[in-house]
Design a protein around this ligand. Structure first.
Ligand code: BMP
Length: 260
């Protein structure tokens, strides 16, 4: 039986990676396969969004390098909100350098990402050394890595043999817990997929983003988690109401998949 036919709870019980076990348990507890892409530019906005939308998401996705007043208190407060609302933190860093450099970028600098982000991600353009470098920092801390097997934007180049290479590298490296992409990629090791570019209405933006619905992504394509940003907090929206709506849409798409 395919993992896409199993419940998140069942998959959590049999998964070998403690972080993924925790993720699936959280998803089941909160009945949420929704991740918020919190692309706001100040500390106050980020923490405000985490406190409001936190109850409805399993993963809170950040781009810390767009926060104009970043400081270490921000990550302390974000960690406290993660405990309060029961979600994991994913820093969408998209590392893309040689192993030695990404080790420095992941563990150090002003962001110290490995100290607070449960999940991060990378491009495999540099070859397998990037995964090994990140693993040296993240594995001892119990973190997990996603590979960008595909992207959501128009004209993206991660296709065909490149995507397949991502899958091979993910299977071979214990630190990898899954992919960013539009679908389930493999039945090996129950590697998860998280999908950005999800929207109930909009078809895209002026800079190449393309949106698909939760049903296309979760029911038809077998992805595990939908990532939604502007659909929830965009101009004129009520973030709590939209988060509830996307949570329900994502969960119903999952229930529909199980019933197929
Ligand atoms: P929005 O729903 O507002 O379009 O935001 C999508 C989020 O997902 C952004 O944070 C973006 O950086 C991220 N993302 C994406 O859109 N496509 C990808 O292929 C990979 C991403 O990380």
């Amino acid at each position: 039986v395919s993992y896409s036919q199993m419940t998140y709870a069942q998959r959590g019980e049999q998964h070998s990676h403690p972080l993924v076990k925790q993720l699936f348990a959280t998803m089941e507890r909160k009945k949420s396969n929704l991740s918020l892409a919190a692309d706001v530019s100040t500390k106050a906005e980020l923490l405000g969004l985490a406190d409001k939308v936190g109850p409805y998401v399993c993963v809170f996705k950040t781009h810390v390098d767009v926060i104009s007043d970043f400081d270490s208190d921000l990550v302390d407060q974000l960690a406290a909100l993660a405990a309060k609302h029961d979600f994991l933190i994913f820093e969408d860093r998209k590392f893309a350098d040689i192993g030695n450099t990404v080790k420095l970028q992941y563990g150090g600098g002003m962001y110290r990402i490995a100290d607070w982000a449960h999940i991060t991600n990378c491009h495999v353009i540099p070859g397998e050394g990037i995964i090994q470098g990140l693993a040296e920092v993240g594995m001892p801390k119990g973190r997990g890595l996603l590979l960008l097997a595909e992207m959501s934007s128009k004209g993206m180049l991660a296709t065909g043999a490149y995507t397949e290479k991502n899958v091979d590298m993910a299977i071979a490296n214990e630190f990898v817990i899954g992919f960013i992409g539009s679908r389930r990629f493999t039945e090996e090791r129950d590697l998860i997929t998280m999908t950005p570019g999800v929207g109930l209405h909009a078809s895209g933006d002026a800079l190449g983003q393309q949106y698909r619905t939760p049903e296309m992504i979760v029911t038809e394509n077998g992805s595990d988690i939908i990532i939604v940003g502007r659909g929830i907090y965009g101009a004129g929206k009520d973030p709590i109401a939209e988060a509830q709506r996307y949570r329900e849409a994502g969960w119903n798409a999952y229930l529909k998949r199980l019933a197929q």
